[in-house]
Design a protein. Structure first.
Length: 119
């Protein structure tokens, strides 16, 4: 499975961006898709996740501003980011947990897409 992240860029504080994670195959068997971010000098952190059933989870710092969704027809997971703040700056990575046979599960990472929010 390959994950291709896109949509990053430079935006002013208060602006919006939409990130997209395109999977190389049907995401029906993807248990969870998520977005992580890593700011310079900091550890990678979970931003938002969504299960195959549509349950979502958000970091406290982005609740009410970010929204994650998945589109089975397009095989994508998207992250709508509104009211962006300079502290949202970082490299954003797409992540997926894929169900294998039996109890097997596999994790995949996409390449990062850089988000820079200027004050």
């Amino acid at each position: 499975v390959q994950l291709q992240a896109s949509g990053g860029g430079l935006v002013q504080s208060g602006g919006s961006l939409r990130l997209s994670c395109a999977a190389s195959r049907n995401i029906f068997s993807f248990n969870t898709m998520a977005w992580y971010r890593q700011a310079p000098g900091k550890v990678r952190e979970l931003v938002a996740s969504i299960t195959s059933g549509g349950d979502t989870n958000y970091a406290d710092s982005v609740k009410g501003r970010f929204s994650i969704s998945r589109d089975s027809a397009e095989n994508t997971a998207n992250l709508q980011m509104n009211s962006l703040k300079p502290q949202d700056t970082g490299a954003y990575y797409c992540h997926a947990v894929v169900q294998g046979k039996g109890w097997d599960r596999y994790t995949y990472w996409g390449q990062g897409t850089l988000v820079t929010v200027s004050s």
